[in-house]
Design a protein around this ligand. Structure first.
Ligand SMILES: Cc1cc2nc3c(=O)[nH]c(=O)nc-3n(C[C@H](O)[C@H](O)[C@H](O)COP(=O)(O)OP(=O)(O)OC[C@H]3O[C@@H](n4cnc5c(N)ncnc54)[C@H](O)[C@@H]3O)c2cc1C
Length: 469
């Protein structure tokens, strides 16, 4: 087979790339090769501001894509190798697919704290979450290792089970929030089991599963993935989450010996750097991801320290005619001051679409300007039932500690943190229904000098937006 454009991967990046190719160059053949029969498509995009969007992620039969876009052909197969000189890829079933431009969107896999241990689980695709929800049903106690979005979500969502959360930082959810915001969430951990009422509403996009088929090696799960699964343990009540701060795992052992409390036997024990030996039914490894950049023949492509394929400002890898997007790539251009890469679905979608634009421009010999979305980091999510908006250098990243913070907190309602340098807004953390996202976004992009407003910027009695109208 031969396609002008060949895309590998049926996750958000690959599907966004293939759809955009079909839109931008409908006369050219696009071939999408995906290891799983189900693909992830982004739908119902709702702009929240100039830069921020909310969208649904739908899991669909891969073939539906070619029904909607006749120029796209789907191959359900795994790519085993790529020949960068002769410009073709070879699949597991032996198919040779030639390309003029190739985009690698193979995604990433969970970093596992122990390989091939049935009591240690990672969460990525529908198969892994099926396995997880089955195990939770019969579990009394689990240990969660990691301090990012997935760990935070699991701790919040699971009921009826004893949870020990092992984090290497001094505060929870450190990938996304600072100690102050962590403190803001803390009461939710203590009250766990007694307050389900206010969290019943899902405000962000729901994730839809096409059928019950579990897929291994499939794309990463989408928003609100846990709503489709019953992740309740056997206990009727939930106890507060026990957080083990500033420590890491030293060893995992299945040997039957008693744990800290010396009361019962557990299938697995974890030893922590703080000296504790904790028994549990299983361990969830949520310590980040490793890009799937190990395809045979792709050794020539330059990789970053995190293992991702290095890409330039056109999302081109180090080899001619080969692009990469989403979790599998590592941004290696002169980044805009207020943007950085994080392996998130918004960036997977943005990169997939922009890679398509770059591929088409290069194919036609046209000039292509970098997409505006790479000017400002934006992330909208939900932690512990609160809407969380992160903008720009929200944790003072890149500022080397030289910044001021303006803070407004109403316990249980909102947490607003603005990061300012030389009177100009650099980043913001907005938790709760603050309605400040558009103003903050504009202030970061415009770099207006705000010194004259001082603390009034967050004075709830002053409608700051009036200043800037
Ligand atoms: C549990 C969970 C919760 C998350 N929560 C959030 C969140 O709240 N907010 C957020 O922004 N992000 C979240 N993420 C991250 C987000 O899901 C990913 O960043 C994003 O989906 C990456 O998309 P991708 O297309 O790059 O990769 P993937 O979704 O991993 O897709 C890769 C695709 O490539 C295919 N593939 C791989 N190798 C081959 C091969 N050799 N041949 C053919 N096909 C191949 C796979 O089958 C798959 O279809 C979460 C991730 C997980 C796992």
């Amino acid at each position: 087979m031969e396609g002008t454009f060949v895309v590998i991967g049926g996750g958000i990046a690959g599907v966004s790339c293939a759809e955009s190719l079909a839109f931008l160059a409908p006369e050219e053949r696009v071939i999408l090769i995906t290891a799983s029969p189900l693909i992830k498509a982004v739908t119902n995009i709702v702009p929240l501001s100039q830069m921020m969007t909310r969208f649904d992620v739908q899991e669909r039969d891969a073939l539906s894509l070619s029904e909607m876009h006749p120029s796209i052909s789907i191959i359900h197969d795994t790519v085993m190798s790529v020949d960068l000189v002769n410009k073709y890829v070879e699949t597991e079933s032996g198919q040779i697919v030639r390309y003029k431009k190739l985009c690698l969107c193979n995604g990433a896999s969970p970093k596992m704290i122990a390989q091939d241990n049935p009591h240690v689980l990672g969460i990525r695709d529908t198969e892994s979450v099926n396995n997880f929800s089955k195990k939770v049903k019969n579990a009394r106690r689990i240990v969660i290792v990691g301090n990012g979005g997935i760990a935070t979500e699991i701790v919040h969502e699971i009921q009826g089970i004893e949870m020990i959360w092992v984090i290497k930082d001094k505060h929870i959810s450190a990938t996304f929030v600072d100690p102050g915001a962590a403190e803001f969430f803390q009461y939710k951990l203590l009250k766990k089991g007694n307050d389900t009422s206010e969290d019943g509403i899902v405000k962000r996009m729901k994730y839809k599963i096409a059928d019950e088929q579990a897929v291994a090696g499939g794309a990463a799960l989408g928003p609100d993935w846990h709503r489709n699964y019953n992740i309740t343990g056997i206990s009727q009540t939930s106890s507060p989450v026990q957080v083990e701060y500033s420590c890491e795992l030293v060893a995992i052992s299945s040997e039957s010996h008693h744990d800290e409390d010396n009361t019962e036997n557990w299938p697995i024990y974890v030893k922590l750097t703080n000296g504790k030996n904790i028994g549990c039914d299983f361990v969830v490894s949520a310590t980040g991801v490793i890009p799937n950049s190990v395809m045979r023949g792709s050794e020539e492509l330059k990789r970053g320290e995190d293992g991702g394929y290095l890409v330039d400002d056109r999302l081109k890898t180090s080899e001619k005619d080969v692009f990469a997007a989403g979790d599998v790539c590592t941004a290696n251009w002169d980044l805009a001051q207020h943007w950085f890469q994080m392996r998130l679905w918004t960036q997977a979608m943005q990169m997939g679409r922009y890679a398509a634009k770059s591929m088409v421009c290069e194919f036609r010999g046209e000039e292509c300007l970098q997409d505006f979305c790479f000017e400002l980091f934006t992330h909208v999510t939900k932690f512990f039932g609160f809407k969380v908006v992160l903008l720009g250098l929200y944790n003072g990243q890149k500022l080397k500690g030289e910044y001021e913070i303006l803070l407004r907190v109403t316990k249980g309602a909102e947490y607003v943190k603005l990061i300012l340098k030389n009177g100009k807004l650099q980043g913001a953390v907005l938790i709760g229904e603050t309605n400040l996202e558009e103003m903050c976004e504009n202030l970061i992009l415009d770099q207006l000098d705000l010194s004259v407003y001082g603390e009034d910027l967050l004075n709830p009695d002053i409608d700051v937006e009036d200043y800037f109208d």
